[in-house]
Write a protein that binds this ligand. Structure first.
Ligand SMILES: [Zn+2]
Ligand SMILES: [Zn+2]
Length: 362
């Protein structure tokens, strides 16, 4: 193993048969990011998504320090009811944390979901800098320079090279929802945690022609999403109405009384049976956006809106250039190994930077 990978690695020991992927990322002497690794005593979490926090409970009992942003902590506390512990250290931007083994940790906004951060570690004895991107959306973020970059690779292929203007897509979702509500139709919006709350906040704000969703129109979601909304709501300038916990009975009641509603559900969750009567908006990044643009429908019933919370492929490459590392370690444990390997080759061929993939496939 080279000197570089001792400073940063994604060890492929499978900790639990339930989670053969989503490995912890080790940095420096004592740090592990987004997971747990035996012997590493300082855990850092980039954001609240499940593939980045599945070993959180284990770090609470075994690590001396657990470092995260305030919003990530609030989200985990509200959604997963994690206990309060003296070892948890909230780290704000502009602050740093020093470990006992001479490592300085700093967090930088990653523009992925509320509270998401890039993790920068500086080795105090020789000044080596190691950056873990976490999930990120470039540009609109500060990009620290680093010698070694551990890179998330979700959009690391050029099928993900669509342009999307988040604020105009948010407005399209909003205008479409308002027009449906006006016609008495309900809308089901399917989105990832965090992105969902961005949409809620947008739906509360006035459109350019002064339209709003009337106060009496209920917003509903599953219990975890209701709790996450409570945890992150102070992030927004816009007040978000009280979100009701959705149930089949309640949705049927609203329908039979002729009251339109907005239902938020998570990707992967079943679409509600009631959605047949209204419209569904899938908010995500899918490969159709490259050819069809950031907002399209096949049948005027199901819509697809591109609100990518990850960078486009071109911007992943721009980010790597901005970091300017001598080595990139591509995380293939949280994206498809094919995508991760293709990204590695692109970085090597186009940027002439040494790159390796850790996909833990073998
Ligand atoms: Zn994420
Ligand atoms: Zn991720």
């Amino acid at each position: 193993m080279s000197e570089s990978t001792e400073l940063a690695n994604i060890p492929c020991d499978i900790l639990s048969p339930k989670y053969p992927k989503w490995q912890g990322i080790t940095i420096g002497n004592s740090i592990v990011c987004d997971g747990y690794y035996e012997g590493k005593t300082t855990a850092v979490f980039s954001h609240f998504h499940k593939d980045h926090t599945h070993n959180f409970a284990r770090t609470l009992t075994r690590c001396h320090n657990v470092i995260l942003s305030k919003i990530t902590y609030d989200a985990l506390r509200m959604v997963d009811s994690i206990p309060e512990r003296g070892t948890i250290k909230i780290l704000s931007e502009g602050e740093s944390f020093r470990t006992e083994l001479g490592e300085k940790i700093e967090l930088f906004d990653a523009n992925h979901v509320p509270g998401s951060r890039q993790v920068l570690v500086t080795m105090e004895d020789h000044g080596e800098r190691i950056l873990y991107s976490g999930d990120f959306c470039y540009p609109d973020i500060i990009v620290p320079k680093a010698d070694i970059l551990i890179l998330e690779s979700e959009h690391g292929e050029d099928v993900y090279d669509f342009s999307t203007d988040k604020s105009s897509v948010l407005r399209r979702i909003c205008e479409h929802t308002i027009s449906q509500i006006e016609k008495g139709h309900s809308v089901e919006i399917k989105a990832h945690p965090g992105t969902m709350q961005n949409i809620m906040a947008e739906l509360e704000s006035e459109t350019s022609d002064g339209m709003v969703i009337p106060e009496k129109v209920p917003f509903l979601a599953d219990e975890a999403s209701v709790n996450l909304t409570k945890a992150v709501k102070d992030e927004y300038n816009q007040e978000i109405r009280k979100i009701e916990v959705a149930s089949n009975g309640r949705l049927n009641e609203l329908y039979s009384d002729g009251n339109p509603y907005v239902l938020f559900s998570r990707h992967g969750a079943n679409t509600s049976p009631q959605s047949e009567r209204g419209t569904v908006i899938h908010v995500d990044a899918n490969k159709g956006f490259k050819t069809r643009g950031p907002w399209f429908t096949n049948d005027e019933h199901v819509y697809f809106a591109c609100l990518a919370s990850h960078s486009s492929f071109t911007n992943v490459m721009e980010y790597v250039k901005a970091v300017g590392p001598r080595l990139v370690i591509v995380d293939g444990t949280r994206a498809s190994p094919e995508t991760a390997n293709s990204l590695k080759h692109k970085i090597q061929n186009d940027l002439k930077i040494q790159a390796v993939v850790k996909d833990c496939q073998r």
